[in-house]
Design a protein around this ligand. Structure first.
Ligand SMILES: [Zn+2]
Length: 343
């Protein structure tokens, strides 16, 4: 019987991997190497292979499967990266991104282990459902991962669908081609700021890391006496979400107002998600979620203003519990699902 799987988090900067048991425990600390994402497929494949081999050696057990979280549009069923804008290589002075790359087969051939993969934010939701705040039992979990962009994922159980669904446990919504769950592109203002996706007013355009930093710089400039501005020591480039949180923790009204604004926008998007999915849990993950109480207070205020009251009544909006190893645990959760499905 299988006792372990490998969870892999393939990022634009690093690839991390760890061997994970069925309870979601890492059997050894994660192994990490640069993913060399902009140097071509062959090199990145080398780095992934090396990282997985070292992780298996560190744990000293034989895993049954590999589950990998990849940022991009991932067709899990075919094991193909449809599109991954952080990965590619220069060809004739043009950066060609990964398109329709058969990553799962390539890894499988090298490591002689079955490989499953999915979108990183989708799998973060599956990992959080299985090993975090979802406790493997929540009746529907919607997750937003706040970072450079805003990722999303939706995990449903048979209790959220009508008809003859017989599956047990949580299943991930992936859509027709693996592209579902792009919750960061929930539009809260059709005339809002331009988003990286080309549309306007997506929640990502308001609450991605750089949007928060830009808002904070403007507020620091307008409030020169604020603690936030003093913490920058005259250099606006020093502003990070963590610095805003540091000032907010000391009661700085300018910093608190920034989290109130960002949280309120997030809450409006979350109100729509609650209407669509009627989940038991909305989990907020990613490094930005560490802003904590000031951010969550504003989210709660907005959902009270915008969500359908009877749907909100049974819904908990909470920080994710497994933020640091979200990709690894998500990959592991997917791998364990694949192990179970074969039984
Ligand atoms: Zn967008």
């Amino acid at each position: 019987m299988a006792t372990a799987v490998v969870g892999v988090d393939l990022g634009g900067t690093n690839v991390r991997a760890a061997v994970v048991n069925r309870a979601g425990e890492l059997l050894a600390p994660p192994v990490q190497h640069p993913s060399r994402a902009q140097e071509g497929f062959a090199l990145t494949l080398e780095q992934i292979t090396l990282t997985i081999r070292e992780a298996i050696a560190a744990a000293g057990v034989s895993p049954a499967r590999i589950g990998m979280a990849v940022p991009g549009h991932i067709d899990s069923a075919r094991g193909v990266v449809r599109w991954a804008p952080n990965f590619g290589e220069m060809r004739d002075e043009v950066f060609e991104v990964w398109r329709d790359v058969p990553l799962a087969d390539a890894l499988q051939a090298r490591l002689n282990l079955p490989v499953v993969m999915g979108n990183d934010a989708n799998l973060a939701a599956l990992g959080e459902y299985t090993y975090g705040v979802g406790r493997g039992a929540a009746r529907g979990l919607v997750m937003l991962t706040l970072g450079t962009g805003i990722g999303g994922g939706v995990v449903l159980t048979r209790h959220q669908v009508q008809g003859n669904a017989h599956w047990e446990g949580g299943v991930l919504l992936v859509g027709l081609s693996g592209g579902a769950g792009e919750l960061g592109h929930t539009i809260i203002n059709f005339a809002g700021p331009r988003c990286g996706c080309g549309a306007r007013g997506c929640i990502e355009a308001y609450a991605r890391r750089d949007a928060i930093v830009e808002l904070a710089r403007e507020q620091a400039r307008r409030n020169p006496d604020s603690l936030l501005n003093r913490l920058t020591e005259g250099d606006p480039a020093k502003i990070t979400p963590a610095l805003v949180s540091e000032a907010a923790a000391q009661g700085d009204p300018t910093a608190l107002a920034i989290w109130r604004e960002v949280g309120y926008y997030l809450g409006i998007a979350i109100a729509s998600l609650i209407s669509v999915f009627n989940p038991e849990i909305v989990a907020i993950g990613g490094q930005i979620a560490k802003a904590g109480a000031p951010l969550f207070a504003a989210i709660h205020e907005a959902v009270r203003d915008y969500a359908l009251p009877t749907l909100l009544q049974d819904c908990r909006i909470v920080p994710a519990e497994r933020i640091e190893d979200a990709g690894i645990l998500g990959g592991a959760a997917l791998a364990w699902q694949a192990v179970e499905a074969r039984r």
